[in-house]
Design a protein around this ligand. Structure first.
Ligand code: 4NP
Length: 153
């Protein structure tokens, strides 16, 4: 069962830290981290508007700091979750040969036929809509991990 999950987006200041914050609240037993395919915001805390939208839901992600995804992440995590196809392409480009860690779209776990990616609120400005989708996908991911754990037991 994947017990170490990495969430990846472009900047690592909006979607992936939000996903990490929502998911670690739901599944504290799972080790989590997040990263960006770009290094544009290295060391920065999550985007203020995203922090505020999460705080309104009782979640604090002010401890998180942006970092860039790198090929060692394939060795450290059991599952990599990306927010859109562009993230997936960038992540796959760094996969070491022979490595078979799954890279999955977060929306694969959301029960919403129309969402095939998590829209970037840095551009859409729809932080709450983004969080609604992230919360749904996080619940689906937890169910999937719980189901794979019970199959192993
Ligand atoms: P994220 O959003 O990938 O969800 O963290 C972005 C944040 C910043 C930028 C792009 C996307 N940017 O261009 O600075």
């Amino acid at each position: 069962m994947p017990q170490k999950v990495l969430f990846v987006c472009l900047g690592n200041i909006c979607r992936s830290p939000a996903a990490e914050g929502v998911f670690r609240d739901l599944a504290p037993e799972v080790q989590t981290d997040s990263a960006g395919t770009s290094g544009w915001h290295l060391g920065q805390p999550p985007y203020e508007a995203m922090q505020l939208a999460l705080r309104a839901r009782g979640l604090d992600i002010s401890d998180l700091r942006a970092r860039q995804f790198n090929r060692l992440d394939f060795a450290h995590f059991a599952l990599i979750i990306v927010m859109d196809e562009e993230n997936k392409t960038e992540v796959e480009a760094l996969r070491p040969s022979g490595n078979q860690i799954p890279v999955r779209l977060f929306t694969d776990y959301a029960n919403r036929a129309r969402a095939d990616h998590v829209p970037d609120p840095y551009y859409t400005r729809d932080f709450d809509g983004c969080l609604n989708l992230i919360e749904q996908a996080a619940r689906g991911l937890k169910q999937a991990l719980d189901a794979s754990a019970s199959r192993e037991n």
